[in-house]
Design a binder for this molecule. Structure first.
Ligand SMILES: N[C@@H](CCC[C@H](N)C(=O)O)C(=O)O
Length: 287
């Protein structure tokens, strides 16, 4: 039996099990991660974050001179993800509160590159960096590049695919479709099927630079928030609106709260709260 320490945290109720493994000695299998994220049999979370030094992880060890800590993010089903916007803030809160970083501004390593974190009132802001349209030519021509079919809904909905380090497909819901009425227990079907899957965001405009969304996350199912998803949703809505210069600071309402998105041309930043709620130890099941 292996007993490991953990911390539970969330950002706008996108919740994570953080596992400290500073020197990279833990070998967590896909089943271990799925167990930790299991809300009935395990601790419960939308994802797991292993807190490990960059120097201890071959895939990012080259960054060790520049950045000390690597956010090793896994989805609830144990799959790897390149990035997690809400996770970066919870990770930063963990590093700061445990004295693992000395200041309130520092960089962290992720599979989608190095991200700059800075403490802001009531949370953290992260420079997510460059975003891009996944199929620019088609998007520019038609305004959309794919369709999304929601389980139980009659018609496929036009959508736009974006890359924020991880993949997103954003649907602007027609006003006649209530956000709350969508059946998101099953993964929405995206056509054409993205090679590595996609997170899917459904968006309603509320007012000037203010939207609400629901999200179905790749590898986790419907969650109460997704930071990179909120950024993708704001960017898509801004892009559909003709990229107005006066609309660079966006508010994105999610089921678990509100996130801030700042669009700076082809770069984007995200801000919001981060809370650590419990510490404990857990026994990994023997396999
Ligand atoms: N909730 C995250 C995104 C987590 C990864 C995602 N499910 C994926 O597979 O890309 C966020 O806050 O960005």
């Amino acid at each position: 039996m292996t007993r490991i320490p953990f911390t539970k945290g969330h950002g706008t109720q996108n919740d994570f099990v953080l596992v400290p493994d500073h020197d990279g000695t833990l070998d967590l299998s896909v089943d271990d991660v799925a167990f930790l994220c299991d809300r009935r049999a395990g601790i419960g979370g939308d994802g797991m974050i292993r807190v490990v030094r960059t120097a201890a992880v071959p895939e990012v060890a080259a960054l060790a001179g520049e950045v000390e800590w690597f956010m090793d993010y896994r989805n609830a089903d144990g799959s790897l993800a390149e990035m997690c916007g809400n996770g970066t803030r919870v990770f930063a809160e963990y590093l700061r509160s445990r004295g693992l970083v000395a200041s309130e501004q520092f960089a962290i390593a992720t599979r989608a590159g190095v991200k700059e974190m800075v403490a802001v009132p009531h949370g953290w802001a992260v420079e997510l960096g460059q975003w891009r349209l996944a199929r620019e030519e088609e998007a520019e021509r038609r305004g959309m590049d794919s369709v999304v079919q929601v389980h139980g809904s009659p018609d496929p909905l036009p959508a736009l695919s974006l890359d924020l380090g991880n993949p997103h497909t954003v649907v602007a819901l027609p006003p006649s479709v209530h956000l709350g009425s969508l059946e998101l227990h099953e993964a929405p079907h995206v056509d054409p099927h993205p090679e590595h899957g996609s997170n899917v965001e459904f968006v309603h405009a509320i007012e000037h630079a203010h939207i609400s969304m629901r999200v179905h996350e790749r590898g986790s199912g419907e969650t109460r928030s997704c930071g990179t998803g909120a950024a993708a949703a704001a960017i898509a809505t801004w892009w559909w609106g003709g990229k107005p210069e006066g609309q660079l600071d966006w508010k994105v309402d999610v089921l678990g709260g509100t996130l801030g998105v700042h669009i700076k041309g082809d770069e984007v930043a995200l801000s919001g709260p981060a809370q650590l709620v419990a510490d404990g130890e857990v026994d990994l099941p023997q396999r």
